[in-house]
Ligand binder design. Structure first.
Ligand SMILES: O=C(O)c1cc(=O)[nH]c(=O)n1[C@@H]1O[C@H](COP(=O)(O)O)[C@@H](O)[C@H]1O
Length: 273
């Protein structure tokens, strides 16, 4: 999917919601455990109930890898289900990869070609030749960790080098890499006070913003400086939506939480567009 299609979908749905599919078998309704593939069944029902309210889905691969071959198969079935039934949705493999060049190429093939996600999250720590193999994929997006939502995010990302925080250096340097137009950046919702500075460096790039919901980040605080003329934001909530309900009605409960966020987003977009 290209950027214009993502923007068109945001305009049409009045939503920039990304739902995180972080599956924990200890948290899903127990009646699903009798299913042949409880993870896929859970995801399918969540997606069917919320696809009109969200523009993007983000399975974090850790939650699938943890269940071995069955987890990986459920991930594959989930992305195939989205690509077949809701091809307009922007899909993110939250895998946080990055390695020497030929290894990164294999990671990129795994997520962008074999599984056919629209994008993958990548760590910048190993530098240009670890990220450029991802950027080389046409019509795909590389979502680079800039300033993460966790408390320890500033341990290294906030360190000053040459009088500038490392995350700013990451943003500026990444813009010089080949195919940098395929970049998006991760900035945590819990770091809303940093968005003004971040938008000075990347005024137009899309930002994936996790941390709303379970981690306490605030949508309005993020939008104050994060929003661009094309929206420029994908706001992720995982646990806050998918585990809103614990019984047979879990998908409807998830839909209610997604609707609350979508309505807030519609109000924000209406007042800024
Ligand atoms: O790359 C991410 O998606 C990510 C970056 C970050 O800075 N913080 C962060 O929470 N995430 C991911 O976003 C999701 C947040 O989940 P909830 O806290 O349950 O909404 C998890 O899959 C995290 O791994």
């Amino acid at each position: 999917m290209n950027r214009q299609e993502l923007i068109a979908q945001i305009q049409q749905k009045k939503s920039f919601l990304c739902i995180g599919l972080d599956i924990d078998l200890a948290k899903i309704p127990t009646h699903l455990l009798a299913e042949e593939d409880p993870i896929f069944e859970f995801n399918k029902q969540i997606i069917d109930a919320t696809h009109h309210l969200a523009v993007s889905y983000k399975p974090n691969t850790a939650f699938y890898e943890a269940y071995g071959i069955k987890g990986w198969q459920a991930l594959e079935k989930t992305i195939d289900y989205i690509n077949t039934n809701y091809p307009e949705l922007f899909t993110i493999a939250d895998a946080k990869r990055g390695d020497i060049g030929n290894t990164s190429t294999m990671y990129a093939k795994a997520f962008l070609e074999d599984l056919n996600f629209d994008s993958v999250t990548v760590a910048p720590y190993m530098g240009s030749d670890s990220v450029e193999p991802f950027l080389a994929f046409e019509n795909k997006n590389t979502i680079l960790l800039a300033l993460t939502s966790n408390k320890g995010g500033v341990d290294f990302q906030g360190l000053k080098t040459e009088n500038e925080e490392l995350y700013k250096k990451v943003l500026k340097t990444a813009l010089t890499w080949k195919n940098s137009e395929n970049l998006m950046f991760v900035v945590g919702a819990t770091k809303a006070e940093y968005f003004e500075d971040i938008r000075k460096i990347v005024p137009n790039h899309f930002l994936l913003v996790p941390g709303v919901g379970a981690q306490g980040g605030n949508l309005h605080d993020v939008c104050k400086y994060g929003l661009t003329k094309d929206c420029g934001l994908l706001i992720n909530s995982s646990r806050g939506i998918i585990y809103a309900g614990t019984n047979e009605n879990f998908a409807q409960e998830a839909q209610k939480e997604a609707l609350k966020l979508q309505q807030e987003m519609a109000t924000i977009l209406d007042s800024s567009w």
